[in-house]
Design a protein around this ligand. Structure first.
Ligand code: HEC
Ligand code: HEC
Ligand code: HEC
Ligand code: HEC
Length: 247
């Protein structure tokens, strides 16, 4: 009986501590907020895509980069995003280039087809517990942000005070290896992606009919999460950063 009680209390404590353990905001986006099993608009069966914003660096579209998908949500609405925590690309760390080795030494495994992408710095899957879904542990509130910069700009970082002997000691998060599982990998072993077949295509204008739903307007019987981040985010105050008032 005593052991049963103990087992129960351990179970309760474990449940409490895991649920109290800060669920990241992408938990409520759910898998189907980013991936659509039947009504995808882009590779990796992505559910959203920014078709408006051009890369201010290359003056070209974000085709070939995951950026176009992230920016389907995280760009200002007038630039094709959903205005959710927008990182307007004109004011953002550059992406979409093959890195100049004088400026950054990025491991090939963190690049997307040889180019810097959002996923070089972020791994946005809910399994990533790091601050801001960064690929490096930078502390609870990002107080050790230099640990991230050091991965690619180590010539500029005081590695010793950051607690590292060499760059390769910095562990990088990845969820892109189903066989190895999600976790931290060394700089040369980390993967950002496994190439999946590219086949998702826009269907063009198809009128709604009884046999085939109108793919341009997702039919209302498609599974939609009860917490719809696209509809609710404006009223939700979810983070310290956006709610802190300047005194
Ligand atoms: C915030 C958006 C986002 C959410 C939420 C999300 N994913 Fe992903 N997922 C991505 C991105 C981005 C990629 C491609 C990453 C890359 O290629 O580096 C991806 C890739 C994948 C892949 C392909 C992996 C590969 O090797 O190519 C699978 C499988 C997957 N996700 C499953 C899931 C599941 C299951 C969930 C829910 C637990 C989920 N995703 C939630 C953004 C998301
Ligand atoms: C379907 C919409 C959607 C997509 C696509 C999406 N996100 Fe998000 N993301 C959200 C929402 C919703 C939040 C929480 C917004 C809030 O705080 O109100 C969020 C928050 C974040 C945050 C802040 C995390 C925190 O702890 O405060 C980061 C970083 C982020 N997203 C990165 C990404 C990256 C990188 C991608 C592409 C791989 C991506 N997101 C794709 C909806 C999306
Ligand atoms: C060079 C690394 C790097 C790249 C590349 C990068 N990010 Fe970030 N991102 C960060 C860091 C560091 C933070 C946390 C500091 C901050 O909020 O400015 C952050 C924060 C964010 C946030 C939260 C902003 C908020 O409201 O506080 C979002 C959303 C986000 N990134 C999305 C993206 C998207 C989308 C891309 C690709 C277009 C991208 N990031 C590319 C490093 C990067
Ligand atoms: C995953 C690798 C990576 C990480 C992590 C990273 N950067 Fe970069 N950074 C790059 C690349 C690649 C470039 C562009 C090189 C080029 O122009 O070819 C760059 C460029 C820059 C530039 C020059 C920008 C310009 O407009 O000329 C600055 C400044 C910079 N990064 C600061 C940072 C800071 C600060 C951090 C940490 C918060 C950081 N970077 C994290 C890869 C990275």
């Amino acid at each position: 009986m005593k052991s049963l009680k103990l087992a129960l209390s351990v179970a309760v404590v474990t449940m409490l501590s895991t649920s109290a353990f800060a669920a990241g905001p992408h938990d409520s986006v759910t898998c189907l907020g980013c991936h659509s099993t039947h009504f995808a608009v882009d590779d990796k069966i992505f559910a959203v895509k920014n078709t408006v914003m051009k890369n201010p660096l290359t003056k070209k579209s974000f085709d070939g980069l995951i950026a176009k998908n992230c920016l389907g949500c995280h760009e200002l609405t007038q630039f094709g995003g959903a205005g959710i925590r927008p990182v307007h690309m004109h004011t953002t760390h550059p992406i979409g280039m093959v890195p100049n080795p004088k400026i950054a030494s990025v491991p090939q495994t963190m690049l997307n087809d040889g180019k810097l992408d959002c996923v070089s710095c972020h791994e946005a899957h809910p399994s990533n517990k790091n601050f801001m879904y960064l690929r490096v542990d930078t502390g609870k509130d990002g107080e050790n942000i230099q640990n991230l910069c050091a991965v690619c700009h180590d010539a500029k970082v005081d590695l010793g005070s950051a607690g590292f002997k060499k760059v390769s000691d910095i562990k990088i998060f990845s969820a892109m290896d189903q066989e190895k599982g999600s976790g931290f990998f060394s700089r040369d072993k980390v993967r950002i992606q496994n190439k999946t077949t590219s086949y998702v295509m826009p269907l063009g204008k198809v009128g709604a009919n009884d046999i085939m739903p109108n793919y341009l307007n997702q039919p209302d019987w498609v599974y939609a999460p009860t917490v719809n981040p696209l509809a609710d985010f404006k009223t939700k105050k979810s983070t310290k950063r956006t709610t802190t008032k300047v005194k």
